[in-house]
Design a binder for this molecule. Structure first.
Ligand code: SF4
Length: 188
């Protein structure tokens, strides 16, 4: 099955929704869970093979520089890079979880701004065209942190697609790494 080429509109809509209200960022949780639900159900990478909006995005951006693109480095395809990315993903999720718990318990104020790669603040404030009243600070914190993680991985994916082959991100994508290991485990 081939990825629908217009699925990238979902990614763009997701980031635009963050400009309307950051709490829409939590919709990304669905995107994060679906690949694994399909994986467990079908025992194959159904999401990667047909439904991934990010794959559609990087295929599209990658096409613009396809003529000048470099070969995907070997350490992306067969080396340690996918494990480095998986560790980053794990640290990111741990950071998001622990800081959200700390905000929920009133031990620290919510971080209501974007960061690249967990620690680098982005000097840009999302406009927030509508406000949702009465939400707990931890929900706002979780939303900003989730949006930051999605933004970071999307920037990395698009940048790689512009420099190397369009789907280079897929060689190191944590979803693919976890899915691959799960399939190997189940087949054994
Ligand atoms: S490897 Fe990652 S980016 Fe590529 S299709 Fe699968 S989930 Fe999407």
């Amino acid at each position: 099955m081939k990825n629908n080429k217009y699925l990238f509109l979902i990614v763009i809509t997701y980031f635009l929704l963050g400009f309307i209200n950051i709490h829409f960022a939590l919709l990304g949780l669905v995107c994060m869970m679906l690949p694994f639900i399909l994986l467990v159900r079908n025992r194959k990478k159904t999401w990667c093979q047909g439904y991934c909006p990010r794959a559609s995005l990087i295929s599209t951006t990658g096409k613009t520089t396809a003529k000048f693109s470099f070969k995907t480095p070997k350490f992306f395809i067969k080396g340690q890079m996918k494990w480095i990315m998986l560790i980053y993903f794990g640290i990111s999720l741990l950071f998001i979880t622990l800081t959200t718990i700390a905000v929920g318990r009133g031990l620290k104020p919510p971080l209501e701004y974007l960061r690249f790669l967990i620690i680098i603040p982005i000097p840009f404030e999302l406009p927030q065209l509508i406000e949702f009243e009465g939400l707990s600070p931890w929900i706002s914190h979780l939303s900003y942190r989730f949006y930051s993680m999605m933004m970071t991985t999307t920037i990395l994916g698009v940048s790689l697609s512009l420099i190397f082959k369009p789907r280079t991100w897929c060689t190191i994508c944590p979803v693919s790494t976890i899915s691959g290991e799960y399939i190997k485990f189940m087949n054994n």
